[in-house]
Design a protein around this ligand. Structure first.
Ligand code: DAH
Length: 341
């Protein structure tokens, strides 16, 4: 190897762009069978007088090549790190906006109902989701043998307490602590041991209403419900009350709203309507005048006071309002569905 060969080798080394290329060059010059290695090995065959000089020269070449290899290796590494870090964090790129959450449609409706009722003087009261037999049944005029208990599809916890089957126990809790005038609504979750289908869920939400004062009449119930339904579904909505039975109200009425999905004039459209099943009316919940025995249970004199109460399923209201034909969609964690609201 001559001085010129070394200079050429160093040029090649400095032109290498990858660590693989560099390694190939190292092997070619300094590897076990490399050019320089072989020359160093054959020094012994030179005449005695030349050996030491040639040895020094070749070792110098070797050092220069090793130095060049080392330098180039560092350069390649530095360059690689730089491109890697540029790919990792490019501070000039526009940011990715955070995904904004939103209220669940049932929750939106719950706030709407609360807002409406607050405007006409109702106070929002919440009660516990796990109840005693007294609050869920007995105080509401359902003694241990009352047949209405069967229809409640009750879950029981091991200690005998009850995930409440309705929000009506909040009526009792509130009246125990507060004397008339009473004007409350109480939204919350309830639980029932039943199979789910398009119009039934095992866990759902209700909103309860209760008014107790001197001289409260059935017409007050009707007026309040009308105001509430028109507020939720629009001014054209009509209210229908049908006789029903609840142990804690007398008289009792089922509450229907006129179907807002289909029109009265178009019979074809109505017969296909999934929301009212062609009847033109949608069942929303129950209501009635508070039973005198319930008032007595909380120490309110039924001779002096009267009241009305109602309880609606919020998912029912949501299904009607947002035209969701199957209530089970509402609580499935499927963003494709939920993002529509
Ligand atoms: N608690 C009833 C239910 O879960 C609904 C209800 C009916 C509530 C009549 C009331 C009422 O306050 O007066 O089906």
């Amino acid at each position: 190897m001559k001085q010129r060969d070394v200079t050429n080798a160093i040029k090649k080394i400095e032109a290498a762009e990858t660590e693989e290329e560099l390694e190939e060059l190292r092997v070619a010059y300094l590897g076990r069978k490399g050019e320089l290695t072989q020359e160093l090995r054959s020094i012994g065959q030179l005449p005695e007088s030349e050996r030491s000089q040639r040895g020094k020269t070749l070792n110098q070449y070797k050092k220069r090549l090793e130095h060049a290899l080392q330098q180039q290796r560092e350069q390649i590494r530095a360059r690689r790190l730089e491109t890697q870090s540029q790919q990792a964090v490019d501070l000039t790129r526009p940011g990715i906006g955070p995904r904004r959450g939103r209220l669940h449609p049932v929750e939106t409706l719950q706030y709407e109902v609360i807002g409406l009722m607050q405007q006409i003087g109702f106070q929002v009261i919440e009660g516990p989701e796990v109840e005693t037999d007294w609050y869920n049944f007995q105080a509401l005029n359902m003694g241990p043998d009352h047949p209405a208990r069967d229809t409640a599809d009750t879950f029981y916890l091991e200690d005998g307490s009850i995930p409440r089957t309705h929000t009506s126990p909040v009526q009792i809790r509130y009246m125990e602590e507060n004397k008339p005038p009473v004007r409350i609504i109480s939204p919350g979750k309830v639980y029932r041991n039943e199979d789910e289908d398009a119009t039934h869920l095992w866990s759902f939400r209700q909103v309860e209403g209760l008014v107790v004062d001197e001289g409260i009449r059935f017409s007050d119930l009707k007026g309040t419900l009308e105001c509430m339904l028109k507020g939720i579904f629009g001014e054209d909505t009509q209210l229908r009350l049908r006789p029903d039975y609840f142990p804690y109200t007398e008289p009792s009425a089922e509450v229907d709203a006129s179907c807002m999905m289909c029109s009265e004039d178009d019979r074809d459209e109505r017969s296909r309507c999934q929301v009212c099943e062609g009847t033109g009316w949608v069942e929303l919940g129950g209501s009635g005048m508070v039973h005198p025995r319930v008032l007595g249970n909380v120490g309110i004199d039924p001779e002096a006071y009267s009241g009305f109460a109602f309880g609606f399923g919020l998912e029912r209201l949501a299904a009607v309002k947002y035209q969701v034909p199957d209530m089970r969609h509402l609580w499935r964690p499927d963003l494709r569905f939920l993002e529509q609201f």
